[in-house]
Design a protein around this ligand. Structure first.
Ligand code: GLP
Length: 239
């Protein structure tokens, strides 16, 4: 657990950890997250690519999740988020970037195929995570199974409330998402979770000091042999 002064400093540290992995293993498999939290981290990776030649040409990526019903080019899709914040600005081969297809005709088949693609790539070397206000990781909401795999998840009231602003109104907000399961996430060989700001205080306390329990999906990290949690002073305020 590393407490930085500001979210900016936390993002720079997170970027450093990811860049180190890519330098050590140029064909690393990275698990990526969306949300406001990692935006600055992706900005820093872009800077490292431009100014320091950080090379993504052999890197493979798997995103945690995608909203059900959104096409890849929907303004609020996580595919679009990743292209705009990272992929369009680095030398990554887009064919090596994976985001679940939220508009797949057969969603269950897409979930199974996503797990198979991760396995075929050799598993995830380093998984980046954010933390929901209710302790969710990916879209694994409280009470989801700690062993779950990639599947269709029902979004909680809290998440609908937190994420609906960008959709304009609640009616336009998807109610479901495809997400890696907690079991999928925990299989990653290394994990870096970022959580910043006063809104995350309770979730951070539950994740770190609470019991290992499905009511706080983030608490699954307590059992991981190589998980780094990067906080700022605000989110660490309750520890
Ligand atoms: C979203 C995503 C999560 C993310 C979390 C926190 O809904 N599914 O992967 O970590 O909620 O979001 P933010 O970083 O915007 O606070």
């Amino acid at each position: 657990i590393i407490i930085q002064k500001t979210p900016d400093a936390g993002c720079l540290l997170g970027a450093k950890i990811m860049a180190k992995k890519v330098r050590e293993k140029p064909d690393a498999v990275l698990g990526l997250a969306t949300g406001r939290t990692p935006e600055r981290l992706y900005g820093e990776l872009v800077r490292m690519h431009r100014e320091e030649g950080l090379d993504f040409s052999q890197v493979t990526t798997f995103n945690l999740d995608e909203y059900v019903g959104l096409s890849p080019d929907h303004p609020q899709s996580y595919r679009r988020f990743m292209n705009e914040h990272l992929f369009d600005h680095i030398n990554i081969d887009l064919a090596r970037t994976h985001v679940p297809a939220g508009d797949a005709a057969d969603l269950q088949a897409e979930c199974r195929a996503y797990e198979q693609r991760i396995a075929a790539a050799g598993g995830i070397d380093l998984q980046l995570l954010g933390l929901g206000r209710n302790g969710h990781i990916g879209f694994n909401e409280p009470t989801g199974s700690l062993r779950s795999r990639t599947w269709i998840k029902i979004l909680s009231e809290q998440t609908l409330e937190d994420n609906s602003a960008v959709f304009g109104d609640m009616a336009a907000m998807p109610r479901h998402a495809i997400s890696m399961g907690i079991g999928t996430i925990i299989d990653a060989r290394q994990i870096v979770l970022l959580a910043f700001g006063p809104a995350k205080v309770r979730a951070v306390m539950d994740m770190i000091e609470g019991p290992l329990a499905a009511v706080c999906p983030g608490s699954a990290l307590q059992q991981h042999p190589r998980a780094t949690v990067v906080l700022d002073e605000a989110s660490a305020g309750g520890l």
